[in-house]
Design a protein around this ligand. Sequence first.
Ligand code: ADP
Ligand code: SF4
Ligand code: SF4
Length: 587
Amino acid sequence: MKKRIAIIEKEKCHPEECGDYLCAKLCPVNRTGNDCILPHEIHKKAKIDELLCTGCSICSNRCPFEAIQIINLPEALNKEPVHRYGENAFELFSLPTPIFGQVTGTLGKNGIGKTTALQILAGLLKPNLGRYGEEVDYKEIINYFKGTETQKFLMKLHLGEIKLSYKLQQVDLIPKQFQGTVRELLNKVDEKGKLEEVAKELQLTRFLDTEVGKISGGELQRVAIAASVLKKGNIYFFDEPTSYLDIKQRVNMSRFIRSLADEDTSVLVIEHDLIILDYMTDLLNIMYGQEGAYGIVSGVKNSREGINAFLEGFLKEENVRFRSHPIKFEKVQERQVGKVEKLISWNKLSKKLGNFLLEAEEGSLNKNEIIGVLGENGIGKTSFVKVLAGLVELDSGEIDSEVKVAYKPQYLETDSSELVMQYLDSAVENYQNQLITPLGVDKLMMKKLSELSGGELQKVSIVKCLSQEAELFLLDEPSAYLDVEQRLLISKVIKSLTAEREITVLVVDHDLMFLDYLSDRLVVFTGEPAKSGLLQGPFEMVDGMNLFLEELGISLRRDPHSHRPRINKVGSVKDREQRAEGKLYYN
Ligand code: ADP
Ligand code: SF4
Ligand code: SF4
């Protein structure tokens, strides 16, 4: 049985630029006359023979393009993979088990194989048991899972007794694939004849006759979910169903998705907003391993314990530590803010923008602080920042100065063939240590913007925004497409940069746990999207959260073990107690 795997990222391997297969020249096995590293017969990139490799890591340490990963597999992993994408490519070692009548979540880093695993369960990808390039007989595949629930499941899948409906991750791609109105799109897939009903439930009615290319990201997300539930199926699989949805919509969507599971229907979800994942699912599989290299699926756990185990980095039942440190979204120590220095203040403001009325109560922002912004989509957050930048003439009220603003929009442009290095320009020199290295963007420099995954593009856009010369920064939904660990990393980078440069950062986000961890104070927008928005605050965390949660009709408790916020079931004892005390949120 092989003990290690060698991964080569083909796009990163440039043999003609590293000194003619530098890795092969340095490999001790090659030096003894064996062919451990060779040029690939066809594409000429480096190729490693995993059986000859001794795992010395000289090649991975010395490759100038970081194209190689040499990974020693855990001892306990004494079996062949379920699937391997190709030679020196990602391997998947197990599969989650779909359970009928339940909503099962899959939690893990980006690139750990969640989509791969679920595509196999969906029958969209036929596993090869590690024998890439070979057509493996289905009987053999079923035999691999002998004696498990997965065996029964795959058997049914093979016999056509299971039909899956799938909501893909990047809803931004839909308008590129479909031209026509929302109604036309939904009509095409409506096998249940429930278009009107589902449209009403997911609040699509207002824009049913709008072109798909003209609706917002949050609307596209709801259309994509509607399309998948209108198809007949007994497995519904949602890959990140809440990106671009605001918190109210996330809570509603969670309830809707829960309602789909019954004795004949299983629901599978990938989601990185932990408060929502906790609320939406009954059970959880954790995926761990090494991103881009190999992935293993844990046994099924109840959602609360699963999320705590994931944060802890330790699986008790399997006795596996998959991360050396726990993830803590807790404010262990409040950030030391020295003398408070004001950046900008405003008195009662109002401004009519077309049909939209923006109003603000009196308030001010300080230097060296992070302000979380809570509010629905389309409620005036960007317009307010334009006011602070002096770009909008007010109908009444005033700001005491104008500030220079940098802005990261919610939706990110992906069509450009510009290289990341060109796009980031001076940031590459000036912010290497503060932004580029900590966020791992240095590895993306030679990629085109159009080749980046959602999460990679997000990180590049955050670097672009924060590297600008400005006093006030607005980050609109920086958590979208990032996994839990990346969200924590981004928070840390934003915190340290804010303190170092004494800047002010406004963070609009709908992941409450992320915002809870990141923010020093909160502003809250209330009103009606596209009609009117009222800004109140900044408030201290407890006051801001209370105001916001009151509007939302939910209360949050803290998990006693991990200290993370959890949504109370409406009407539960905790919910009623917290409401009676007027404490919808605890610090
Ligand atoms: P996740 O859903 O957890 O983010 P994925 O299942 O999408 O992870 O990917 C796991 C790994 O498999 C990644 O390194 C990815 O680059 C690789 N991968 C995904 N699809 C393919 C493919 N068709 N060919 C080769 N490698 C792939
Ligand atoms: Fe050169 Fe690195 Fe490719 Fe080896 S893996 S040939 S060192 S670029
Ligand atoms: Fe050769 Fe393996 Fe060492 Fe790389 S890790 S230099 S392939 S023996």
